[in-house]
Design a binder for this molecule. Structure first.
Ligand code: NDP
Ligand code: A1CAB
Length: 272
């Protein structure tokens, strides 16, 4: 399905995630005339996007007609108030998409009724068309509604669908939050470079380009990450010395497992 076929889309919450998706959707053919942005105070980047595309902008949903697609991209902590506010503009045909961590289909349905609702967990690489979005729909979501949501998410990266909503907190912990772990890797690699004697700006450049270059290679290659890692690792060489530290039993794997478990637990807590 082409994004040009979407007749109306209201995006509630034009922050980091909503803004990243919207920029991609407009780039990939969502008609600007179909979009209404609802956010009480636009940041400078969003204000610029609104001006460049001539998007409709409102501070509340009050008075809006029921759209074909309603995307909720506000913080989970704001969600209860926002659901009460948007309920009147959800029509029987409106496909509701929530990207909020934690907020369940039951909570969304409790406020908005039995119409089609999809929970999607995207991530910020959507901003450069390299996102990962995972969807799970309620019982009212059929092939037609799923195609609409899949087209929106595919426009900003890869998509996957799950049937078991119980997996969503783990999904959030891996791909939703995951870009932050990778950016942290660039930060700590730069700090380690400084500790090894590199000037700060050179350490930052080396770390940034190494993380982005490795990501680009991973994206372009058919090889799995373990094979790509082995391809860097000469027998008894420098990489093997570093990996002996990183891959020790008490090193990176248990740390990452604990980090993902903490994120998933927080997702469950946000569900209330
Ligand atoms: N950031 C990420 O990487 C990801 C985020 N998510 C989910 O996306 C959602 C948004 O997160 P994120 O973009 O980071 O947060 P942001 O705070 O950047 O964006 C939320 C936006 O909603 C606005 N807002 C607040 N109240 C209302 C309201 N009543 N009506 C309309 N807009 C409102 C905020 O305005 P103001 O700033 O003025 O309060 C802000 O612009 C969250 O639920 C999060 O779980 C999902 C995957 C990844
Ligand atoms: O940190 C958060 O709660 C959101 C969800 C995934 C990424 N950011």
């Amino acid at each position: 399905m082409a994004l040009s076929a979407i007749s109306s889309l209201v995006l509630v919450g034009a922050g980091k995630m909503g803004g990243a998706m919207l920029a991609g959707w407009l780039d990939r053919g969502l008609p600007a005339a179909a979009v209404t942005l609802v956010d009480p105070a636009l940041g400078p980047e969003m204000a610029d996007l609104v001006a460049r595309h001539g998007l409709a902008h409102a501070t509340t949903v009050e008075g809006l007609a029921a759209p074909a697609v309603l995307v909720l991209a506000v913080k989970p902590q704001m969600m209860a108030g926002v659901l009460a506010a948007v309920a009147p503009v959800v029509g029987p045909e409106t496909v509701v998409v929530s990207v909020a961590a934690g907020t369940t289909l039951a909570t969304l349905g409790g406020a908005l009724g039995d119409g089609p609702i999809v929970r999607v967990m995207p991530n910020t690489p959507a901003q450069v068309g390299q996102g990962m979005s995972v969807g799970v729909g309620n019982a009212a979501v059929g092939p037609e509604q799923r195609a609409v949501v899949d087209a929106l998410m595919r426009a900003v990266g890869a998509t996957a669908w799950i049937d078991d909503e119980g997996l969503m907190d783990a999904v959030t912990a891996v791909s939703g939050s995951g870009p932050a772990y990778v950016f942290l890797l660039a930060e700590v690699l730069a700090a380690a470079g400084r500790a090894a004697g590199l000037p700060a700006d050179l350490a930052a450049l080396l770390a940034r380009q190494t993380v982005s270059g490795a990501g680009a290679l991973l994206a372009a290659s058919e090889l799995d990450p373990a094979t790509l890692r082995r391809n860097v690792t000469s027998p008894a060489g420098t990489t093997a010395a570093a990996l002996a530290v990183l891959m020790a039993d008490d090193a990176l794997q248990p740390l990452m497992t604990a980090a993902v478990a903490a994120a998933a637990k927080r997702g469950r807590e946000l569900a209330g």
